[in-house]
Design a protein around this ligand. Structure first.
Ligand code: PLP
Length: 493
C-alpha cells in the first residue's frame, strides 16, 4: 500500500520511486515482474503521469527496471543493469549518476554533459577567464622569484598579497590591516576555517534559507546543524533573528548579504544594521560572505557588514573566484583580534599554505591594475546576458516569476506550484538538453520544490535563447500532464 504524502517536501515521483524500490529490494517485486503502464498507475494513484514517468526513469537509470517498446516495463535483477537507453540528445547517462540518481547533487552531473546547455553551475563562463593575463603573471613571477615562487609559503599567506587585499578592502570601507588578512584556498576554505575555528560538532549555525549550498556541505562535514532564516526581496529577514538566537543558542551566523546565492538579493542597509545590533547584543559572531560583492552591474550595494561592524564580530570571507579565475583558489578571511591566530593554526593544519605561485601571480595581477579592467568587462557582459535571459524567459516561460538581480551570477526562478516541481522539470529538461540547479539544493530543510537557479553568465546570448527555449518546452510538456485529479492517499500494489 502506497500512501502519498502531499505535504511532504519529498517530490511525489520520489515517493513513488522509493516505494517501488523498496518493493524490489524486499522481493515483493521479483525480476521479470511487469510494472503497470505509467498512465494506469498515474490514474490509480491520482497523480500526474509525469510523476510516474520520472519515477520509472530513475529506476531505469539505476538498473532496477527496464522497458522494451511494445512489451512494457519489467523488474530486472538489481545490479544486473540493462544497457542504458540511448537518448538522441544525450546518449547514455554516466554510470556514477545512474547509481545515485536520487541524490540531487548527483543528478546535477547530468547537466555537465557536452550537449546540455548548462545553467546550473556557480562559475563564470569560460570565455570570461583571462588566460593571457594569468600566463603573463605566472611567467613574470617565475622569472622574478625563481624557487621562492614554488616553495612553501607562510600559512597566513604571501605578505604583499595580504597588503594588496587589505588596500582593496579599504576602498570598500573595510578597515583591515595586512596582518588581519588570512589567505585561503578560495572562499570555500575561508568559510570552512571560520566554522572550524568557532564551532563544535552539535552546535547550531544560523544561515539564510535558501542559502549557499557550499555552507550546507561544510555544516554536514563539520557536524553542525544549520537553522534557516527566511529571505525576501530585502535579503535575509531579521525580524525573527532574536527569537531564533534565544531558541537555538547558535555559535555562528553565516550570511551573504550582497548578491546572495541563490536568490540574488541584496540585504537592505536597515537590515544590515539591525542584524549587527542583534548580533552585538548576543555576542554572536557573523561569518559574512562577500564573494559576489564586486560583481555589481546595476547600481552599488550598501556597505558590507564588516564595514559597518563596530563590535568586532564580523569575519569577512571572499575570493577572486567569481571575478577572475576560480581554479587559482585564492580567497581570504579578514578577521581582527585574537581569532586571527586561531584561524591561522586551523589553516596550517588544513593544508600548510595556499600555493605560493598562485598567490604571487594573483598579487602581480592586482598590482598591474588589469584585474579591474577585466572586472569592468565581466560586469558589462553579465548585464547583457541578464537581459538576454529576461527576454528569453518572458518569451518562453512566462508562467514563471524571476528575480531581477543587480549583481552576482544568478536568477532565482519560481515555477507555478500547480505544475511540475523543479526536480521533475530537471529530468525532462536534461533530456531536452538544458540544465539548472533545483531549489531544494539550497535549503536547510528541503524546501524550494518549485524554485530553480539559473546562472546568467555561464552562456552567451545565443545559448541563453536556445537553452531557455528548451526549458520552456520541457516545462510546458510536463505541465500539460498536470491536469490529472489529486487524491489524498491511495492503495497501490
Ligand atoms: C556564496 C558563495 N560563497 C563561496 C563560494 C566559494 O567560492 P570559491 O570558489 O572562492 O571557493 C561560492 C561559489 O559558488 C559561493 O557562491
Amino acid at each position: 500500500m502506497l500512501t502519498l504524502n502531499r505535504d511532504s517536501q519529498e517530490p511525489i515521483y520520489q515517493q513513488i520511486k522509493r516505494h517501488l524500490r523498496h518493493q524490489i529490494e524486499t522481493g515483493i517485486l521479483a525480476p521479470g515482474d511487469r510494472l503497470p503502464p505509467t498512465r494506469d498507475l498515474a490514474d490509480q494513484l491520482g497523480v500526474a503521469r509525469i510523476s510516474v514517468v520520472a519515477a520509472y526513469d530513475e529506476l531505469k537509470d539505476e538498473g532496477a527496471i527496464s522497458a522494451t517498446v511494445g512489451r512494457g516495463t519489467y523488474v530486472t535483477k538489481l545490479g544486473d543493469s540493462p544497457p542504458l537507453e540511448t537518448n538522441p540528445t544525450l546518449g547514455s547517462l554516466p554510470g556514477s549518476a545512474r547509481a545515485q540518481a536520487s541524490d540531487l547533487r548527483d543528478l546535477l552531473r547530468l547537466a555537465a554533459r557536452p550537449d546540455v546547455i548548462d545553467f546550473s553551475q556557480g562559475t563564470p563562463a569560460e570565455d570570461f577567464l583571462p588566460v593571457d593575463m594569468i600566463r603573463d603573471a605566472i611567467n613574470m613571477v617565475l622569472s622574478r622569484d625563481g624557487a621562492a615562487a614554488v616553495a612553501y609559503e607562510s600559512p597566513e599567506g604571501y605578505a604583499p598579497l595580504r597588503e594588496a587585499i587589505a588596500a582593496s578592502l579599504h576602498v570598500r570601507g573595510i578597515e583591515s590591516h595586512a596582518d588581519e588578512v588570512l589567505i585561503t584556498g578560495g572562499c570555500q576554505q575561508a568559510l570552512d576555517l571560520g566554522v572550524q575555528a568557532l564551532m563544535n560538532p552539535g552546535d547550531v549555525l544560523l544561515t539564510s534559507n535558501p542559502t549557499y549550498a557550499g555552507i550546507l556541505d561544510i555544516a554536514r562535514a563539520r557536524g553542525v546543524t544549520p537553522v534557516g532564516i527566511s529571505v525576501d526581496h530585502d535579503g535575509m529577514q531579521t525580524s525573527t533573528l532574536e527569537s531564533l538566537i534565544i531558541e537555538h543558542r547558535p555559535r555562528l551566523l553565516y550570511v551573504a548579504p550582497t548578491y546572495h546565492n541563490p536568490t540574488g538579493t541584496v540585504m537592505s542597509l536597515h537590515r544590515r544594521r539591525h542584524l549587527l545590533e542583534i548580533a552585538a547584543a548576543h555576542r554572536l559572531p557573523i561569518l559574512e560572505d562577500g564573494v559576489y560583492e564586486s560583481l555589481s552591474y546595476a547600481g552599488s550595494p550598501p556597505a558590507s557588514l564588516k564595514a559597518l561592524d563596530e563590535a568586532g564580530l564580523v569575519l569577512y570571507a571572499s575570493s577572486f573566484s567569481k571575478i577572475f579565475l576560480p581554479g587559482m583558489r585564492i580567497g581570504y578571511l579578514a578577521v581582527s583580534g585574537r581569532l586571527y591566530q586561531r584561524l591561522a593554526r586551523v589553516k596550517r593544519a588544513a593544508d600548510v599554505c595556499t600555493p605560493a605561485l598562485n598567490q604571487r601571480a594573483m598579487h602581480a595581477v592586482l598590482e598591474s591594475g588589469r584585474l579591474w579592467e577585466h572586472l569592468a568587462y565581466v560586469q558589462k557582459a553579465c548585464l547583457i546576458r541578464r537581459t538576454a535571459m529576461f527576454d528569453a524567459l518572458t518569451q518562453r516561460l512566462p508562467e514563471a516569476q524571476w528575480s531581477e538581480p543587480s549583481g552576482g551570477l544568478y536568477l532565482w526562478v519560481e515555477l507555478p506550484a500547480d505544475g511540475p516541481t523543479a526536480t521533475e522539470l530537471f529530468m525532462e529538461a536534461v533530456r531536452m538538453g538544458v540544465g539548472f540547479a533545483m531549489g531544494p539544493l539550497f535549503h536547510t530543510d528541503g524546501q524550494g520544490a518549485y524554485h530553480l537557479r539559473l546562472n546568467i553568465a555561464a552562456q552567451d546570448a545565443d545559448q541563453i535563447q536556445e537553452g531557455i527555449q528548451r526549458l520552456g518546452k520541457a516545462w510546458h510538456k510536463l505541465a500539460a500532464d498536470y491536469a490529472a485529479p489529486d487524491r489524498e492517499s491511495v492503495p497501490f500494489l
